[in-house]
Structures are given as structure tokens and as C-alpha cells.
Design a protein. Structure first.
Length: 375
């Protein structure tokens, strides 16, 4: 799930190595909130991180990795804890490949490729099964993680960003009553051939959950939607809607990319489908074989600090809607007041489905939508 097109990984590595090796200075980050150390655990982690001396970060391009964003994070992180750690960042591969790599590191007893794993509920759930992430009692010591609602089961990861998959549409071609406000609206004849989705039909598979539409209803909807589709695009390519190739993109990966394009003057809009509203999250967890576990735990607490959340929104137009001062809270609040009921796609929800024997209907939905023929 990406909020913006990712630059080639090699370019990121070159830029970030130049900017970030060594203690970083400068940047436009707000001064971090002064930290209050509530117990010995936090003091011990700060001391441990100081002894470790550095932090290694690596995750998928397009997620919290703008060079200036990273530079701001590092500066604020060190200032928050009174540290001077060297933070190394390199772009990795896809979320699925990162998951497989971390499992291999853990099972082989190898030092993990990253001290902080960044992923969605899918990857975190898989890593929980593989026992590849360290449990932690976050709410006992982390000042910015005061609610268990932010924490995955067993404390293996923490939510750091909210995203609402929705409907991206062209405001040049669709106005007023023509704007789709639900998945049911997408079946209107005027949209035939003008709708795009992702190559893997992301989020449609979540509709098949027994807690939502169920597999039968979701597959039946996919059959009705299939003739409406004109092609597939990746998250981050919403400019293709602006350019007129499509009128609608659903499910997108959240409103962040639309907000970015609107800020640049593009004629593009976004809506929450009232009959299928989701809240999804990015998580961070500490690998069991992390080289710098103390610094990694401090980093995750820092990512929910207001300074980090502000940087996150500045560069990606997304933050966590439950953190005080959130900019994205407005979207959730507006939809909720309009009667929209959100389904939260969390690690706990996925684990609950697994425990009941639910099998993803993703392959069946992709086949019904005939996505392979639309590329």
C-alpha cells in the first residue's frame, strides 16, 4: 500500500546514504514533545541504544522513506532521547519478500536485515505464526503508546499509520450525483469500461471475510463488477485517473495520494464507499534477531510522537487517526458522522479469521474479475 509513486530503490539508496549516514542535522521537523520517563524500562532502553550506537532500517520503497522525511525522523529521534545514533536506511523489496526474508533470518538464527519491520496486518500475522517478532509490553513504558488499541496481540507490533481504502475519481468527468459513494454505485452503466482496480484486487478480498460480506456475496459482486472494469493500475498511479485513462480507481490504497495530487492542482476526488468502509494500518515490530533491539523499540515509540506523525503527514498525507493532533482524523470523523461504519482490518481480525478456518478468497476474486487479461 503506497501513498505515492516510489522512486527506484537504487536512487533511494544513493540519496539516503548521502543524507543519512552519521548523525543528521537540519530538517524541517517540529521540535519533539519532551519525553517523560515513567519507569526504569525506558531508561534502560535509552542506555542500551546508546551502547548499540546505531540503528539499521530497511523496508519497501514508497513507505515512509522520502529522504527529507527520513532525515527529519532521525534528527527528531535522536533529540527526543538525547542520543546521537547513526541510522542507516536502505530500500528493500516488496512487503511479501520482506516477510519471507525476515522469516528466513529468524529461522536461520541470522541477524535480521532490519531492526524495525514495517508491514501491514498480512505480514505481521504471518510473522506472528513464524515467531519472528519480539513481544513487548509497550503500554508499560512507552509514553506515546498509551492504548492497547494501538498494539497487535502479544505486543509483537504497533500501529503507526491509518489508511482508508476508498474510491478515487476524476472531478473533471464526475460531479454531483455522478460521484460514486458506494460499491453498489460502481455498477451504473455509465461507468462501464471506465473503472480500474489493482492487479491483485487489494481490499476486495477483505470483503469476503465472514465478518463482512462473506465469500458468496463478494464473488457475486465481483461478477457484476467485472464488465465495468477497463484495466488495472498500481497504487501510486492515480495520475492516470487525472489524465483521463479511467474515471474511477477502486479500491485505492487510501486518500493520501489523492491529497497529494489535489495539492498540486489536479482535478481528482476521493470518497469512502459507504457499504464497504475499511480502516487499515501500517505496523512496526522488532525482529527477534534484530542487531539493535533497544534502539528499535525506542524508534517505534518515537513514530507515534507528534513530531514524527507531523512529518508523516507532511510527506505522505497520512498519520494515525487516533493520535492527538491527527490530520487524518477528520476523514474518519466526517464519514462516521455521516453514518458510515468502518471495519478495522487489524492483525487481531486476521488472526480471528484464521482461527475460524477462513481462507482468503483473493484468488477466486481475481479470477472472476479477469485481472490477468486487463494488464
Amino acid at each position: 500500500m503506497r501513498a505515492a509513486p516510489a522512486a527506484p530503490a537504487a536512487l533511494y539508496v544513493l540519496v539516503i546514504v548521502a543524507l543519512l549516514l552519521g548523525a543528521c542535522g537540519g530538517g524541517n521537523a517540529r521540535a519533539p514533545t519532551p519525553i517523560k520517563r515513567p519507569n526504569d524500562r525506558l531508561d534502560a532502553l535509552v542506555a542500551g541504544a546508546r551502547e548499540e550506537g546505531e540503528l539499521t532500517l530497511s523496508w519497501t520503497p514508497g513507505l515512509l522513506d522520502n529522504p527529507n522525511e527520513l532525515k527529519g525522523y532521525i534528527e527528531s529521534f535522536n533529540k527526543l532521547y538525547g542520543l546521537n545514533l547513526r541510522v542507516r536506511f536502505t530500500s528493500s523489496s516488496t512487503l511479501a519478500e520482506d516477510e519471507a526474508r525476515l522469516i528466513a533470518d529468524s529461522q536461520g538464527g541470522q541477524v535480521s536485515f532490519t531492526d524495525v519491520f514495517l508491514g501491514t496486518e498480512r505480514e505481521i500475522s504471518a510473522l506472528a505464526k513464524a515467531v519472528a517478532l519480539s513481544p513487548e509490553m509497550w503500554t508499560a513504558w512507552a509514553p506515546n503508546i498509551g492504548s492497547l488499541k494501538l498494539v497487535a496481540p502479544a505486543g509483537i507490533a504497533v500501529e503507526v499509520q491509518s489508511r482508508i481504502p476508498g474510491i478515487t475519481y476524476s472531478t473533471q468527468r464526475l460531479i454531483g450525483a455522478d460521484i460514486p459513494r458506494s460499491l453498489a454505485d460502481l455498477l451504473r452503466p455509465r461507468y462501464r469500461g471506465r473503472i480500474a482496480t489493482t492487479p491483485d484486487a487489494a481490499t476486495f478480498d477483505r470483503l469476503a471475510s465472514p465478518d463482512l460480506w462473506g465469500a458468496d456475496r463478494t464473488v457475486e459482486f465481483a461478477r457484476k463488477l467485472s464488465p465495468q472494469l477497463g484495466g488495472v493500475i498500481e497504487c501510486g498511479d492515480e495520475a492516470r485517473v487525472v489524465e483521463g485513462e479511467f474515471d474511477i480507481f477502486v479500491f485505492d490504497c487510501g486518500s493520501a495520494r489523492v491529497a497529494q495530487l489535489k495539492a498540486e492542482g489536479a482535478l481528482i476526488g476521493w470518497s469512502v464507499p459507504a457499504d464497504a468502509a475499511f480502516l487499515r494500518y501500517l505496523y512496526m515490530g522488532v525482529p527477534k534477531t534484530a542487531a539493535h533491539p533497544s534502539a528499535a523499540r525506542l524508534w517505534i515509540n518515537f513514530m507515534l510522537d507528534r513530531a514524527a506523525q507531523d512529518l508523516m503527514y507532511q510527506y505522505g498525507y497520512a498519520d494515525h487517526h487516533l493520535i492527538p493532533g491527527s490530520r487524518s482524523f477528520t476523514e474518519v470523523d466526517r464519514a462516521t458522522k455521516a453514518g458510515v461504519k468502518f471495519y478495522e482490518v487489524t492483525v487481531e481480525a486476521v488472526q480471528s479469521e484464521d482461527a475460524r478456518g477462513f481462507k482468503s478468497a483473493a484468488s477466486q476474486i481475481q479470477s472472476v474479475l479477469r485481472l490477468s487479461s486487463r494488464k
